[in-house]
Design a protein around this ligand. Structure first.
Ligand code: CA
Length: 233
C-alpha cells in the first residue's frame, strides 16, 4: 500500500504535540488524523479504522492503557498496530503500555526520525507498507519522468543525465508535490548521495538540477525563507 493511503490516528490530548505529530506524519506522506481524548479516538477507530494508532499513555478520562485494552478486546481492531507515547524515563509506563497490548513505545520527548522509523517498522511488520515497491515506482510530473529502478530521467521523452544527489532530491520532491522541503531536509535526504554538507551546497545542487531540466526545471520552486518544492499544479 502507498503511504498516502495509510491512515494513522494520533490520540494525544496535548494540542502542540498532536499538531506536530500530524504535521510530521503528513509531511512524511501518511494520511493522519487526530483525536484529543481516548473516547474520541475509540469512536474514530470504530467509524473508520486506521492502519496504525499513536496513543498517548497519559490522557484525561480514559487513559492510554484503557484505550489499548479496548482496541485489543474488539475482534475488528485486535490486530491494529499501536505505538504508545510514554513519559521520559518512566519504565513502569513502558512496561504497562506493552502489557496492555501496545506493539511498541516511544518516550517523550521523541525525535521525529525515531518515531517515523518505529512507525515504518510496525507497518512493514504487518505488510501494510511495502516500501521497496514504492521506492521503485515511476514518477511523472509536468514532462519530467523518473524511473528509479533504472535511475533514469527523461524530459518530454528525452534522456537527461543527473548526478545521484540531483536524482534523489528530485525523486523526494516529486513524490510529494506541493510540499516544501527545507534545505536541511533535502540535505538529510540526499546526504548519502551528496558529498557537500552545507545549505549553500543544496542551492548549488538545485541550481544545477534546474539547468539540466531546462524548461521543466521551472517546476522546482524556491519558497523564500523556507526551501524548495515541486509545484503541484
Ligand atoms: Ca497526555
Amino acid at each position: 500500500m502507498e503511504k498516502s493511503a495509510i491512515r494513522i490516528l494520533v490520540v494525544e490530548d496535548e494540542d502542540d504535540i498532536r499538531a506536530l505529530l500530524l504535521f510530521n506524519l503528513r509531511k512524511d506522506g501518511y494520511a493522519a488524523s487526530g483525536a484529543s481524548s481516548g473516547e474520541d479516538g475509540l469512536r474514530m477507530i470504530g467509524e473508520h479504522p486506521p492502519h496504525l494508532v499513536i496513543l498517548d499513555l497519559m490522557l484525561p478520562g480514559m487513559d492510554g492503557m484503557a484505550v489499548c485494552r479496548k482496541i485489543r478486546g474488539n475482534h475488528d481492531t485486535a490486530g491494529l498496530p499501536i505505538l504508545m507515547l510514554t513519559a521520559r524515563g518512566e519504565e513502569d509506563d513502558m512496561v504497562s503500555g506493552l502489557e496492555a497490548g501496545a506493539d511498541d513505545y516511544v518516550s517523550k520527548p521523541f525525535s521525529n526520525r525515531v518515531l517515523l522509523t518505529r512507525i515504518r517498522s510496525l507497518l512493514r511488520r504487518n505488510g501494510t507498507l511495502d516500501e521497496e515497491r514504492i521506492e521503485g515506482k515511476k514518477l511523472v510530473l509536468g514532462g519530467i519522468e523518473l524511473i528509479p529502478e533504472r535511475r533514469e530521467t527523461r524530459i518530454n521523452g528525452r534522456k537527461v543525465e543527473l548526478t545521484a544527489g540531483e536524482f534523489k532530491m528530485l525523486q523526494v520532491m516529486m513524490r510529494r508535490p506541493g510540499i516544501v522541503f527545507t534545505r536541511n531536509q533535502l540535505l538529510d535526504l540526499v546526504r548519502g548521495a551528496m558529498h557537500a554538507v552545507t545549505d549553500r551546497a543544496v542551492d548549488v545542487q538545485v541550481a544545477g538540477l534546474r539547468k539540466k531540466l531546462g524548461r521543466a526545471g521551472n517546476l522546482i520552486e524556491t519558497v523564500r525563507g523556507a526551501g524548495y518544492r515541486v509545484s503541484s499544479d
